[in-house]
Design a protein around this ligand. Structure first.
Ligand code: PLP
Length: 453
């Protein structure tokens, strides 16, 4: 076979892709008929495709390229680490400097007494770890029946059997007979879609108290943990009412339920603090991390665990769990360099003080568009709800996917990557985005909305 390179004609690359590459979350036949878009390079917030078009990536890849594309420091560190020690495991009483250094740094950055890190290759794997870890913890405390994990409808916690079960996405559950046993779901704090005539604050309390009702129904002695994203990302950037998280925290504390904050999207600056838990005043016992940990340059995920859980587990014999790539030295070294850049370039402050407020102002103006029911953001994650009737917060019901898809396609034609979730359009650009680039982003989004309307 000839060498396959960026210089091949797009049609030939598309044909090879259709013949041999199975894509995640994709209708394969539809994609083969349309022809896949091929991205060849990227720099800052901008992608270039095989036709030479430059596209503003308002999704930071898949919510992950926090420091932006093209940072040679990360590739240089990866090359150095590959030469020094490309791989060694962290099983069987060995460790290495990248894993030690990254763990110590994460313990410094994480709030409270979240001082211990268990590594995985991805966010999904990390949530599998969490499921086993919390059950092992309660068993070690003499409470083996505390096994149930409560999650939320429309949550996303990954694609493995445990991750997809913890998630609350019905289309995922329908394929493969999920959720697995001992995972249950309660309502999400999605006021715009489900709050009816209530105020957001009333609705936030109502949804939080579903957790207390579920604990009462199952019995406190059966429930191990509650897991949630500070802001549901893949569910459509569902920013909770201000009353929601304080009430959830109260309930977890009152009923001896571990609180797992899935920070895979919200972590590493996305909401204007290092972690979404800090933005929303959450005190988690475990945080799931991935994506922005390495800005997506290499796969790495993990769980940051509090002293109490880590100490109990450390004194409970072998924890029979781990991945070949837990604490991979190249991934750890790249993540550490990524954290250095985030800190030294004050990128989290940039989100909180500059880019976040600027996006809030500009993005908020999209609410005036006839097709937009609400336009909201926190830090650098934002959402708009498309609506056929602003006053009633109506949605497009069965047409929702179509209208969102149409808008997404108009965005791409206008050199903007924006994602759709039903009839919600969402963005999460690289955290280094500048105000002038936000202007371009919002101008292209507005033009795409005009063309969707
Ligand atoms: N948790 C959340 C909140 C996510 O958004 C994702 C991925 O989008 C995951 C977990 C799964 O992470 P991964 O795709 O790295 O397995």
């Amino acid at each position: 076979m000839n060498m396959i390179t960026n210089h091949m004609p797009t049609a030939e690359l598309q044909a090879l892709d259709a013949a041999h590459h199975m894509h995640p979350f994709t209708d394969g036949a539809e994609l083969a008929a349309k022809g896949v878009r091929i991205i060849t390079k990227a720099s800052g917030v901008t992608l270039t495709d095989s036709e030479g078009y430059e596209i503003l990536d308002a999704m930071a890849g898949l919510w992950c390229v926090n420091i932006g594309y093209g940072r040679d420091e990360l590739s240089d560190v990866a090359a150095r680490q590959m030469k020094q020690l490309p791989y060694y495991n962290t099983f069987f009483q060995t460790s290495h400097v990248p894993a030690i250094a990254l763990s110590a740094r994460l313990a410094e950055l994480a709030p409270g007494d979240l001082n211990h890190v268990f590594y995985a290759g991805s966010g999904s794997e990390a949530n599998d770890t969490n499921m086993r870890l919390v059950r092992h913890y309660w068993a070690a405390k003499g409470k083996p029946d505390k096994k149930v994990i409560i999650s939320r409808h429309n949550a996303y916690h990954g694609s493995t059997m445990a991750g997809a079960s913890l998630g609350g996405m019905t289309p995922m559950h329908e394929q493969g007979g999920l959720p697995i046993p001992d995972v249950v779901h309660i309502g999400q704090p999605h006021w715009y879609a489900e709050g009816g005539d209530m105020s957001p604050e009333e609705f936030g309390l109502l949804r939080a108290r579903e957790l207390e009702a579920k604990i009462a129904e199952l019995g406190e002695d059966k429930v191990a943990a509650f897991i949630a994203e500070p802001v549901q990302g893949a569910g459509g950037v569902v920013i909770p009412p201000s009353t929601y998280w304080p009430e959830i925290q109260r309930i977890c504390d009152a009923h001896e339920i571990l609180l797992i904050a899935d920070e895979v999207i919200c972590g590493f600056g996305r909401t204007g603090n290092w972690f979404g838990s800090q933005t929303f005043g959450i005190r988690p016992d475990i945080m799931t991390i991935a994506k922005g940990l390495s800005s997506g340059y290499v796969p790495i995920g993990g769980s940051i665990v509090c002293d109490e859980v880590a100490n109990v587990v450390a004194n409970a014999g072998d924890f029979n769990h781990g991945y070949t790539y837990s604490g991979h030295p190249v991934a750890a070294a790249v993540a550490l360099e990524n954290l250095r850049i985030l800190e030294e370039e004050k990128i989290v402050d940039h989100v909180n003080d500059v880019a976040g407020p600027y996006l809030a102002e500009k993005w908020g103006q999209l609410a005036d568009h006839p097709l937009v029911g609400e336009a909201k953001s926190v830090g650098l994650m934002a959402t708009i709800a498309l609506t056929p009737d602003k006053s009633s917060r109506a949605n497009f019901a069965s047409e929702a996917g179509m209208i969102g898809l149409r808008c997404r396609e108009r965005c791409f034609a206008n050199q903007l990557v924006m994602r759709h979730v039903g009839d919600r359009m969402i963005i999460a650009p690289p955290l280094v985005i500048k105000p002038a680039e936000i202007d371009t982003l919002v101008e292209r989004a507005a033009r795409s909305l005009d063309e969707t309307y």
